[in-house]
Design a protein around this ligand. Structure first.
Ligand code: SME
Length: 154
């Protein structure tokens, strides 16, 4: 349980389950996730939900600043590297990250948490922060709880 995280995963998960019960599916659920995660406030600046289609990540929902990166090939950017490596990526300083794709010049750190069902990667929650090194282990664990709940509903 991520007691000291800014994000309260249970509140987001309840919102997702409520939306699902009312008939929300796919991108609608992703939008609920994006909105509720970003509503946690700083350090959550922008929340982007990408789903994996073939070998490409496709932006299906976001809350925060718009991004030009609506399709990202696997292996490209931090988002694509997370999929290629099959791992979550917590980047404390995006300026020092090889291959980083900038969405905004204000962004200082970024967290990518994969949405997986069993071993299969369905997509990812990508979070930008204007705060350097914004996401500690508790914060990352909180986002992972949301990703795991989403995987069950998608
Ligand atoms: N920074 C990401 C691109 C996505 S936008 O930030 C929303 C990357 O390097 O893959």
């Amino acid at each position: 349980m991520a007691a000291d995280a800014v994000l309260t995963p249970l509140a987001v998960i309840r919102a997702l389950q409520g939306a699902y019960a009312r008939g929300a599916r796919g991108p609608e659920l992703l939008q609920v996730a994006a909105g509720h995660i970003r509503a946690a406030g700083p350090p959550y600046t922008g929340v982007y939900l990408y789903m994996l289609h073939d070998r490409e990540l496709v932006l299906e929902a976001f809350d925060g600043r718009a991004t030009e990166h609506t399709r990202i090939p696997v292996g490209t950017g931090i988002c694509g590297q997370a999929v290629a490596q099959g791992t979550d990526l917590n980047v404390a300083d995006v300026g020092a990250a090889p291959g980083y794709l900038a969405c905004s010049l204000e962004t200082r750190s970024e967290l990518v948490v994969l949405i997986r069902r069993n071993q299969q990667i369905l997509g990812q929650i990508d979070i930008d922060s204007d705060v350097p090194a914004a996401f500690d282990a508790a914060e990352q664990a909180a986002v992972k709880e949301v990703a795991d709940a989403l995987a069950a509903l998608l």
